[in-house]
Ligand binder design. Structure first.
Ligand SMILES: Cc1cc2nc3c(=O)[nH]c(=O)nc-3n(C[C@H](O)[C@H](O)[C@H](O)COP(=O)(O)O)c2cc1C
Ligand code: SF4
Ligand code: SF4
Length: 279
């Protein structure tokens, strides 16, 4: 069955999962970052998979925008692979809703615990999480071929609590992001995420190498002054922070001195996203 996998990744976990699914299903991978300026995305394949991280208990802004642009999805088999450091939050509900609004339906959901890349180090070892992810995804070929319905998860108990947990956490995230972005109290959480890059700074170790701008999936970094300047349409994906060879970027979006990236993903794989190149 012709399958296209749409993915977005900042520190490689989602890209590694998408590659694993691609190997199992022989799907074509397409980066969501390359479609960020498109007005609409018309689907031609029989099946589509959406592979995404969870940000602030929901989908990243860029993934929400992408789902709003999907067209021609009425008769397609659609599956979702969400991955997170703590829990799925409302990301699955948001994805289902946005797909439904364009006439489609999400049939299968894979909910995958991966290492936390931001606020805190995961208690679990990354290798244990990678192995659990592969176990849950190992049957994905059959799922897609047989167009199965259902939820396949690395942690069903955690999934069951997400609705209650994120009803409490989301207002806290919004308040935190509004403070970081210096926006008015009535600004949306999406606007606050986009402007939270105001909190990034760069220290004297910066050599002006430009890797941060290269790896930014949404071209949100300007190097005109020889050092990075952030342009306030940020996804908070942490690619710039993580991939800076000098560890020169600082800011409260991450736990200080915590640097995570998936060991199987290279800088050029992530940097290629916005150009549409497939790793
Ligand atoms: C800005 C930001 C917000 C995040 N928010 C959450 C969250 O609310 N819940 C969660 O479980 N994980 C959260 N995470 C962790 C990521 O979902 C997780 O580490 C994911 O695997 C990262 O994927 P990537 O490596 O493809 O970027 C967040 C990460 C970032 C960068
Ligand atoms: S990647 Fe780091 S060292 Fe290179 S320009 Fe960006 S902040 Fe400076
Ligand atoms: S500026 Fe940094 S955190 Fe923001 S989208 Fe670009 S790479 Fe990600």
């Amino acid at each position: 069955m012709e399958t296209v996998l749409y993915f977005f990744s900042g520190t490689g976990n989602t890209l590694a999962l998408a590659k694993y699914v691609q190997e199992k299903t022989a799907a074509t991978m397409l980066p969501i970052a390359a479609m960020r300026d498109a007005d609409a995305v018309a689907v031609q394949s029989e099946a589509i998979g959406i592979v995404t991280p969870v940000y602030y208990g929901d989908l990243p802004n860029i993934v929400k925008d992408f789902l709003r642009k999907l067209r021609n999805i009425e008769e397609r088999y659609i599956f979702l692979v969400v991955n997170y450091g703590g829990g799925t939050g409302t990301s699955v509900a948001t994805a289902k809703k946005l797909v439904r609004e364009n006439g489609g339906r999400v049939s299968a959901v894979y909910s995958i615990h991966m290492p936390q890349n931001s606020f805190a180090k995961s208690a679990e070892t990354p290798t244990g999480l990678y192995a659990a992810a592969e176990r849950v995804l190992s049957d994905i070929r059959q799922t897609v071929l047989q167009q199965k319905e259902g939820t396949f998860s690395t942690n069903r108990y955690a999934d069951a609590l997400q609705g209650i947990l994120y009803a409490i956490l989301k207002p806290m995230y919004r308040k935190h992001l509004l403070r970081l972005s210096s926006l008015d109290a009535d600004a949306s959480i999406e606007a606050a995420i986009a402007a939270a890059d105001r909190t990034f700074s760069v220290n004297e170790s910066c050599t002006g190498c430009g890797i941060c701008a290269r790896v930014c999936p949404v071209d949100n970094i300007d190097l005109a002054s020889g050092r990075p300047g952030w342009l306030h349409h940020c996804e908070n994906c942490l690619a710039c922070y993580t991939w800076c060879p000098e560890k020169a970027i600082r800011g409260p979006l991450v736990e200080e001195n915590y640097y995570y990236r998936h060991p199987g993903v290279r800088l050029q794989d992530l940097a290629g996203q916005k150009m549409g190149s497939i790793p």
